[in-house]
Design a binder for this molecule. Structure first.
Ligand code: SAM
Length: 529
């Protein structure tokens, strides 16, 4: 795929789209219609925009253009699947016009008259979010979904931005990088995010169609992304990157003939969770020393085996050990086999009322497939791998855990701080830790739960507002030590004073407090002052 090129039509379109934003659409249709669109329901937005597009006031003549009427026409055409007229589109995009949109492959016009109908060939909408590098706003093209077409998706459907895309974009470490790889780039959203903090960005995909969308979106955003066609790590074999991000086709799909439709965007073509296993075990080979990989993934829970042990075997194969990679695996959600089948049947456009036969056969195919491998549930989560910056034996991070809280805020800085904290902790033994001055992170609060009438708390919990919004229950000694961590005194004297207050031996309190303080440092409750 050629490097994205900014043709005069793309430049015109960028200028035409600039006044229209996620906010202007929200203002136009209101929060109820916005929320309905998120659920793939177009009716409230169609109602809210009816008659508000540029009105024809005579043969070939339209009313005055306003930003709101232009936003209406763009929304109805490119998102809601409603037609507009040529004159309306010419007015909404005055520099590009219907002719420019047709040259770009965005629309098809029924004819050359002002009131001839124009229909969209792609979904085109603004995208705005916050990542750890600040707020972003781009226009992104992708394939039109069922909402606009009323038809099932094609097998090579190119997905727009979804919940998983947002989760990964928010969780990505946004430190300055030299080379970033976005594996399975789709419409290019992760690659676009990466251009904001990396000198070079490579996006790969098996789908030539996806790469064409990514190239268009990069050109429209005015950024450079190198795009390569190929499967998994094959297009970048022998190269290295200091950040790899991937929202891969991780959906576990039955491989029985005629069972379930296959969609390139979610199905990597291997049995079970083998695509994820191959990525987790293989991605270390393309990491620079100090480089980080962040992957979204599904993994099977097999009968009689803890999911941590199974994913842990992949980490062993990936080289997560004293000389090798660091690994942090966060399981955020678990679905049972039936919930999993329903989720992905619906995602593919099959519903029990629209096509009961396909629903039942697909449902059965999923359950049969899971049963064949003793799969009791499927976990969804985030995998973070890091190659050590220097060779040599060290204590690698190896953490597999369940964290249920949603990723609504940028998490990238939190992920980076956990990796930094791990490095600090491994470089400081307990004596050095006791010499450190620590402070409580500003997002941490303490909850004290009292049994009615009692003066002493029955339970003390520390809760963080940022990161994964964790809450930990701590004992009296730890609570007192944390409460005194204001960066003035080092940890050792604080522990000594708390031991004195509690009338307990200092060595005993030290042995109780230090391991907990290590966990609190790793999770960002405490920081080195
Ligand atoms: C879930 S989409 C992610 C799109 C985008 N990166 C995002 O975050 O929204 C997965 C992408 O992986 C691509 N893909 C499927 N099989 C692949 C493979 N074997 N190697 C590389 N990419 C693949 C699909 O075409 C699709 O674009």
């Amino acid at each position: 795929v050629k490097a994205p090129t900014v043709t005069p039509d793309v430049a015109a379109l960028r200028a035409d789209l600039a006044p229209h934003t996620v906010e202007s659409i929200a203002e136009l249709i209101g929060p109820v219609a916005v929320a309905a669109l998120d659920r793939e329901q177009a009716v409230p937005a169609l109602r809210a925009t009816e008659g508000r597009e540029l009105g024809l006031i005579g043969p070939g003549l339209v009313g005055p253009r306003t930003d709101a009427s232009a936003t209406t026409a763009l929304l109805r055409l490119f998102v809601l699947g409603a037609g507009v007229t040529r004159a309306q589109l010419d007015q909404a995009l005055p520099r590009t016009g219907t002719a420019g949109c047709a040259r770009l492959g965005l629309i098809e016009a029924a004819g050359n008259d002002a009131d001839d109908a124009v229909r969209a060939l792609v979904d085109l909408q603004p995208y705005a979010t916050q990542d750890a590098a600040g707020s972003v706003q781009w226009w992104l093209a992708s394939d039109r979904g069922e909402l606009a077409t009323g038809r099932s998706l094609r097998p090579d459907h190119v997905l727009g931005v979804g919940g998983a895309s947002l989760t990964l974009a928010r969780a990505t470490v946004r430190e300055p990088r030299h080379r970033v790889l976005d594996l399975g780039t789709g419409c290019g959203v992760q690659a676009l995010h990466a251009t904001r903090h990396s000198a070079a960005v490579v996006g790969t995909d098996v789908s030539p169609r996806a790469l064409r969308f990514a190239a268009f979106n990069a050109a429209l955003a005015g950024v450079a992304i190198e795009l390569r066609e190929g499967s998994l790590l094959e297009p970048v074999a022998g190269e290295t990157f200091d950040l790899v991000v991937s929202n891969p086709p991780f959906v576990i799909t039955p491989r029985t003939a005629g069972g379930v439709p296959r969609f390139e965007y979610r199905d990597g073509g291997l049995a079970g969770d083998d695509v994820v296993r191959d990525l987790v075990t293989g991605v270390g080979a393309v990491l620079e020393p100090g480089g980080v990989a962040q992957l979204l993934a599904n993994w099977e829970h097999r009968r009689g085996q803890d999911w941590r042990d199974r994913v842990g075997e992949w980490l062993d194969a990936a080289g997560v050990d004293a000389e090798g990679l660091d690994a942090w695996v966060v399981q955020r959600e678990v679905l049972d086999p039936a919930e999993y089948a329903e989720t992905w049947l619906r995602d593919g456009g099959t519903t029990s009322d629209r096509d009961p036969a396909a629903w039942e056969s697909g449902y059965r195919a999923w359950l049969d497939d899971f049963e064949a491998r003793d799969v009791e549930a499927v976990g969804f989560g985030l995998v973070v791998l890091r190659k050590p910056a220097q060779a040599g034996a060290r204590t690698s991070l190896r953490r597999l855990e369940d964290v249920g809280s949603p990723v609504a805020r940028p998490l990238g800085e939190h992920v980076a701080s956990v990796l930094r904290a791990h490095d600090w902790l491994t470089a400081h033994d307990d004596a050095a830790l006791a010499d450190a001055r620590l402070v409580v992170a500003p997002d941490v609060v303490e909850d004290r739960h009292h049994t009615p009438g009692s003066a002493d708390p029955a339970m003390v919990r520390l809760r963080q507002g940022d990161g994964f919004a964790r809450a930990v229950t701590v004992g009296t000694a730890v609570a007192a030590v944390v409460g005194a961590c204001d960066g003035e005194l080092s940890l050792g004297p604080i522990i000594g004073a708390v031991a004195g207050l509690l009338g307990r031996p200092t060595a005993e309190v030290t042995a109780e407090v230090l391991p907990v303080v290590r966990d609190l440092l790793l999770d960002g409750f405490l920081r080195v002052g």
